[in-house]
Ligand binder design. Structure first.
Ligand code: HEM
Length: 362
């Protein structure tokens, strides 16, 4: 008989370690709180999923970190993002399980938790950094660096992710390199701008002639409209766009923004299917992150009301601000402002269409 030890389920999964890693703080002081077990397990489950999401995200970063990214690798990245999206849905859903614990039940052990908090989740910070959240754009709490509450080991990982190129950076580089921007003799932007200006003029007329609105309401809507016009002009003019970047009103470079817009507008062309899916999935990841932040903030309000957090922030108010501000790919969603119906899109000349399509030689 071979000496080789047969693999065992419990050994393989290191269940001995995992299942013996729930030490209730309330039990240590002799009054075990029933719900503390749920509180610990749910956080551990989150951290395991964070680990999986980082694993998937690293493979996406690898794809876009290459000098040239071929079509099949874009599809691979999309499938990895799809897995992240499914995990994110579970992460959001899981909050419902935690909400079976009432605010009063939580109070049975909340004081035992001070000063630990979600602020000390290094994996969450790594994730934010790898996606592209910039340190100087973070909502500040207590005038301290967001890395201060972390343990040394976690801080190293977070700092490493801070220095490396994020998914935002790599996507921007990739978009800037796309060949879709050159239209060989066909002045796409001139024709497209004319179509957009017609659309904006029609909108202005609709606002001015709305019989149900008062003069004040019309003026109010016209101001909004002016902003849309200014935003469009900055799309067309790189200098205006760069001023917005300097003012931190935009982040994605002008070239990358134009490439993204073209991908959205001509998504029906075969070669743009994968790039379109990629941009759509990135918007999904970003939105689901925001949804998690909002759900977590709502749950926190119900759990602790207006109390401060165990980590020292203003609690719900701080978390709500992060949900509003900590976004990475929202500029992709904003591009919808410049969408026009397919029928109004400049028709691409045949030679360009051919370059954007798959064709097979015999
Ligand atoms: C009773 C349940 C919970 C309460 C009352 C709660 C409360 C809070 C509060 C008040 C904060 C702000 C930091 C502070 O001042 O402490 C926070 C941050 C955080 N919490 Fe929770 N939390 C709960 C459950 C969870 C769970 C299950 C997770 C899953 C990992 C989690 C992850 C985080 C993260 C990552 C942050 C940092 C968010 C950021 O800075 O953007 N929390 N939590």
């Amino acid at each position: 008989m071979s000496d080789k030890k047969l693999l065992n389920y419990a050994d393989y999964l290191k269940l001995d370690k995992i299942l013996n890693s729930q030490d209730l703080k309330s039990a240590e002081r002799g009054t075990p709180a029933h719900d503390e077990m749920l509180f610990i397990i749910i956080h551990q489950v989150y951290e395991l999923w964070f680990k999986q999401v980082i694993h998937e995200l690293d493979s996406v970063l690898d794809v876009f970190g290459q000098d040239s990214v071929d079509e099949s690798n874009v599809s691979l990245a999309v499938s990895r993002l799809e897995r992240i999206i499914e995990i994110q849905k579970v992460l959001i859903d899981q909050i419902r399980v935690l909400e079976t614990m009432t605010a009063m039940d939580f109070l049975e052990f909340r004081d035992d938790l001070f000063p630990s908090s979600g602020f000390q989740s290094a994996q969450f910070r790594v994730l934010e950094n790898k996606l592209g959240l910039q340190s100087n754009e973070r909502i500040n709490y207590g005038h301290q660096d967001y890395k201060n509450p972390l343990l040394d080991s976690g801080r190293q990982d977070v700092m490493k992710a801070e220095k490396e190129k994020s998914l935002f950076d790599l996507l921007e580089n990739w978009l800037e390199r796309t060949p879709f921007l050159s239209f060989e003799g066909f002045n796409f932007w001139e024709q497209y701008s004319a179509a957009i200006r017609t659309m904006l003029q029609n909108e202005e007329e609709t606002i001015k002639n709305n019989p149900t609105h008062t003069k004040e309401e019309i003026e109010y809507h016209l101001k909004d409209h002016e902003r849309a016009v200014a935003s469009f002009e900055s799309m067309i003019d790189p200098d205006k766009h760069n001023i917005l970047i300097e003012k931190k009103k935009k982040r994605l470079s002008h070239k990358a923004t134009k490439a993204a817009l073209l991908i959205f507008l001509y998504r029906d062309e075969p070669i743009l299917h994968s790039p379109f899916n990629l941009l759509s999935r990135l918007m999904d990841v970003d939105e689901l992150f925001t949804t998690w932040r909002q759900r977590h903030a709502l749950m926190v309000r119900r759990m602790i009301g207006a109390k401060i957090g165990t980590g020292g922030s203003s609690g719900h108010a701080y978390l709500q601000k992060t949900a509003d501000r900590h976004k990475i790919f929202s500029e992709l969603a904003d591009l919808s402002t410049f969408f026009i119906p397919r029928s109004a899109l400049p028709e691409l000349p045949e030679n360009i269409k051919k370059n954007l399509g798959y064709y097979f030689k015999k």
